[in-house]
Design a protein around this ligand. Structure first.
Ligand code: PAF
Length: 281
């Protein structure tokens, strides 16, 4: 696997590969790789000639009181995982190379960015859209891969590529789960053993909500049920949102619809966990 550290070399390499007629699959990550990321590499590998991984903990998407400084970093072990996942190129730039002095352009995807996670993490999606746009301009991918656990992020990126006439195809891949249903996430490692066990309630609440909507229960009652279930777990310190939403607009569903996004964001101690499932009736 070739390791590239500078934006200039990344862009030159991608241009050369595209001239040779290769297709490029990009998997953007912040490192601390887990089974969810490895699944993205597996899908990317099957659909592209060359797979590029990026590892960059993007300061622009963290709020002042968030975990940027202590975000888990384990480059050596990530490199080993990427080698065995068959990634061809790793792009691992430093912060000053991505945000040089004078950097002042940010991408805002209005509406979609303000709801759900956006309401609790102001500026987060602006940071995500900006860095992903930069990665697209540097790695020039044919396709890019994102996990469904971050469904709102994936939809915002798709909206950005459509609105800005970008030619990359964005693909959302299924969430990979632990045996008890907990969605794999780099932040799961912050959980104490007791919190880790209790965290299974997040997926349980989604599954139970899915049964209810399929049985025709009205969205408001399903939302209430999810909140009661999550709040009855003593180690859940905050329910930021839990409910039934329109998967296109992220507005709360009031009336029966054909498709629902069931989504949750909770805090267990200082650890924020998100998860969702899509249900089609
Ligand atoms: O999902 C992530 O890991 C990040 O938000 C992303 C897409 C790599 C942008 O920094």
């Amino acid at each position: 696997m070739e390791i590239i550290r500078t934006p200039r070399i990344m862009k030159e390499t991608s241009k050369r590969l595209l001239t040779q007629g290769k297709t490029l699959g990009l998997v953007p990550t912040m490192g601390a790789l887990h089974g969810g990321h490895l699944f993205l590499f597996k899908v990317a590998k099957g659909e592209n000639d060359v797979v590029v991984a990026s590892i960059f903990v993007n300061p622009a998407q963290f709020g002042p009181s968030e975990d940027f400084d202590k975000y888990p970093k384990d480059l050596e072990s990530d490199i080993m995982k990427l080698e065995s996942a068959g990634a061809d190129i790793l792009f691992v730039p430093e912060v000053p190379a991505m945000y040089p002095e004078g950097f002042s352009t940010y991408i805002g995807v209005r509406g979609l960015s303000d709801r759900l996670c956006g309401a609790f993490r102001p500026g987060h999606f602006e940071g995500v859209a900006t860095v992903v746009c930069k990665f697209f301009n540097l790695a020039l991918p044919t396709r890019a891969y994102f996990g469904q656990k971050d469904f709102q992020q994936a939809q915002i990126i798709k909206r950005m590529t459509k609105d800005l006439n970008m030619s990359v195809e964005c693909i959302t891949c299924a969430t990979v789960r632990e045996n008890d249903g907990l969605a794999m996430s780099s932040r799961n490692r912050y959980l104490s053993p007791e919190e880790r066990e209790a965290a299974a309630v997040v997926y349980k609440s989604l599954k139970s909500a899915a049964h209810m909507v399929k049985d025709g229960v009205m969205p408001a009652s399903v939302t209430e049920h999810m909140n009661v279930m999550l709040k009855s777990e003593p180690l859940v310190s905050e329910v930021q949102y839990a409910g039934v939403y329109n998967p296109e607009t992220f507005e709360e569903s009031v009336l029966p619809e054909k498709k629902y996004l069931l989504a949750v964001a909770v805090k267990m101690g200082n650890t924020r966990l998100i998860d969702n499932i899509l249900v089609e009736i």
